[in-house]
Design a protein. Structure first.
Length: 180
């Protein structure tokens, strides 16, 4: 009986190792997802819909399973129900106005009560002299990075809060444009 009991920890380690291998090989590389500038494959998704917000001055395209709503100046694009393909069960993308500059946004985010949720990365991704877009990465207590794009423009700044491993979020982020 003792040899069988000795094998149980070894079998457990092998099972955990195989599980970890499967998990890591099926996950999406976050860096590839955000730097991939390939055109959106509209054949793979359902028909693209366009959402236009005169209030916030933005327009973007999205497809199922996202639904879009706007309330109190904030746009929400999210799934109607739990999606098991994401660790957080699916998440929402938010586009919201911000009255201060990017430094005020970073200070406000870092001032939150949770010490492990902080802005950890910053990169300017667009600047044409009238509109500036900066990508911010933030750590979370769950170990899932979240992303922001802070847009500075003369008719009002706004923040896009999204998850770069979610292809539906990237579809919105890649198609968003400012309108007058």
């Amino acid at each position: 009986m003792k040899p069988i009991k000795a094998l149980i920890p070894i079998i457990g380690i092998v099972v955990l190792g195989v599980g970890y291998f499967i998990y890591t090989n099926n996950s999406i590389d976050k860096q590839d997802a955000i730097t991939d500038n390939q055109p959106i494959n509209t054949e793979a998704s359902s028909t693209l819909k366009t959402y236009k917000s005169e209030n916030l001055g933005v327009e973007f395209q999205y497809s199922d399973p996202l639904v879009v709503s706007e309330k109190n100046g904030t746009i929400f694009a999210g799934e109607q129900r739990y999606n098991p393909k994401y660790a957080e069960g699916g998440s929402g993308l938010f586009i919201k106005p911000f009255s201060g500059d990017i430094e005020a946004f970073i200070q406000e985010y870092n001032k939150e009560d949770l010490p492990y949720e902080k802005i950890t990365g910053r990169e300017k991704i667009f600047d044409n002299g009238q509109i500036t877009k900066e990508h911010l990465t933030a750590s979370t207590g769950l170990g899932i990075d979240i992303d922001f794009i802070f847009v500075t423009r003369k008719n009002g700044n706004y923040v896009i809060d999204y998850n770069r491993i979610n292809p539906e979020h990237l579809e919105v982020v890649n198609t968003i444009k400012d309108i007058e």
